[in-house]
Design a protein around this ligand. Structure first.
Ligand SMILES: C[S@@+](CC[C@H](N)C(=O)[O-])C[C@H]1O[C@@H](n2cnc3c(N)ncnc32)[C@H](O)[C@@H]1O
Length: 404
């Protein structure tokens, strides 16, 4: 396999809950994986060229200065033919991904629902609560073109959303998260074990777990711990709990609850509060509430860790900010831009995490060497094989009053 090609769809790890794909369905996902690679590679690099050769000189001629905000670059680039073509193709790839996944899932939904029911009845790892409100910032749009977002479904009690998420993520990220799409969670585990080799968290809370791609590897790595994975979306939790049971994981519970209201857990109940690629989906009102609740339920000496794409800062070129902003305006991620423009350290400080207890670290996805050739560890994002995130976190001071 050439090192610059994404792995084939057949590299996806099969577990009992994973929807089955026919030859043609796998071929469609293969097409999509390569299409995405092509869009982020050869075609995507044309955006920078268009900016430098055409758009920036025209902007300078018109305004007598350089753009001073990513939105100015967006306005100018949205008039450029190359960028419009790239953007339309990228949007199309997102819509295709949903169509392909739904087609696979809907034709076997009866079997998937029956299997999930069986797993969930026996495992005791699923706890739904119909009184939990579905946040309007989640249900108002079809997040990243996913029909009904994470909360939708084809019929009451089904697992369609979760199954579609699982079967298609490999194609969206070009296989960059490994065979179980859990490279992010594995990376978190590696980071924590390197940072505190002897640390033994007893109770771990994962907020916004979706189907547990990244909560499950944490449960596997800390078998003595109890992991509570919460989400407001019952449709995703039903699939997630069944998937975890199919993988043989026992120390995790999928609970329907909102991060905005963790009142069922006492102050200091958890040793570790984790979120993974979650904060960018929160409204400006929800984010501080969740941070405050997370602080309340975290024990002194405990860890809070948020995995996200890097925040925009003065050190990040405006053109890169503009490119990273694409999802906000073209892929139904309404909070992406504002969230990444926020000073996350300030948000965490206001929620009670003292600044000197906070840290930022780079976290690189752990990928399966059976699928991927080793990639050079030069710290640069390589758009496909190894995803790189930032971890925004804090170790909660033991005596917070004194440390604050
Ligand atoms: C991008 S996904 C997170 C991915 C997931 N953490 C993983 O590692 O695969 C965002 C999730 O957050 C959930 N969510 C949104 N608002 C929430 C809230 N207030 N409380 C709990 N979950 C929430 C959504 O339902 C969705 O499943």
């Amino acid at each position: 396999m050439a090192s610059d090609l994404p792995p084939p769809y057949t590299a996806l790890t099969r577990h009992e809950m994973m929807p089955r794909t026919t030859h043609d369905e796998a071929a469609r996902f293969n097409f999509l994986t390569h299409f995405n690679r092509y869009l982020s590679g050869s075609i995507g690099s044309g955006n920078k060229l268009a900016y430098e050769k055409r758009v920036l000189p025209a902007f300078r001629a018109e305004h007598g200065r350089d753009p001073d905000h990513r939105y100015e670059i967006r306005d100018a680039m949205n008039r450029d033919q190359w960028h419009r073509m790239w953007s339309a193709l990228k949007r199309n790839s997102m819509e295709m991904r949903q169509h392909f996944g739904r087609q696979v899932v809907l034709r076997q939904l009866d079997e998937l629902d029956a299997m999930a029911r069986q797993y969930n009845e026996h495992s005791g790892m699923l706890e739904l609560d119909a009184s939990v409100e579905q946040p309007s910032y989640q249900t108002a749009v079809d997040i990243h073109c996913q029909p009904g977002g994470y909360h939708g479904g084809e019929r009451a009690g089904d697992v369609a959303v979760g199954a579609n998420y699982d079967v298609g993520l490999f194609a969206t990220v070009g296989g960059a998260l490994g065979g179980l799409n859990d490279g992010g969670g594995q990376a978190v585990v590696d980071w924590v074990k390197a940072e505190r080799p002897d640390w033994k968290p007893r109770r771990i809370l994962d907020i916004g777990c979706t189907i547990g791609h990244n909560a499950v590897p944490i449960a596997q790595a800390f078998p003595e711990a109890e992991v509570i994975a919460i989400d407001t979306a019952a449709a995703s939790l039903r699939y997630g709990a069944a998937r975890a049971a199919a993988l043989g994981v026992k120390n995790i519970r999928f609970v329907q609850a909102s991060g905005e209201d963790l009142s069922r857990w006492a102050d200091g109940h958890f040793d570790w509060v984790q979120t993974t690629m979650f904060l960018h989906e929160l409204s400006a009102k929800a984010m501080p509430r969740i941070m405050e609740e997370a602080n309340r339920v975290l024990a002194p000496g405990g860890l809070i860790l948020h995995i996200e794409q890097p925040q925009y800062s003065d050190d990040m070129p405006l053109f890169e900010q503009f490119m990273r902003d694409w999802d906000a305006f073209n892929n139904n991620e309404p909070f992406w831009s504002a969230m990444h423009g926020q000073d996350l350290k300030e948000v965490m400080a206001k929620a009670g995490f003292p600044r000197d207890a906070q840290f930022t670290a780079g976290v690189r996805a752990v990928v399966d060497p059976e699928i991927f050739p080793p990639s050079p560890d030069d710290g640069e994002e390589d758009f496909g094989r190894a995803a790189i995130w930032n971890a925004y976190g804090a170790w909660k001071p033991i005596a917070q009053e004194q440390a604050a």
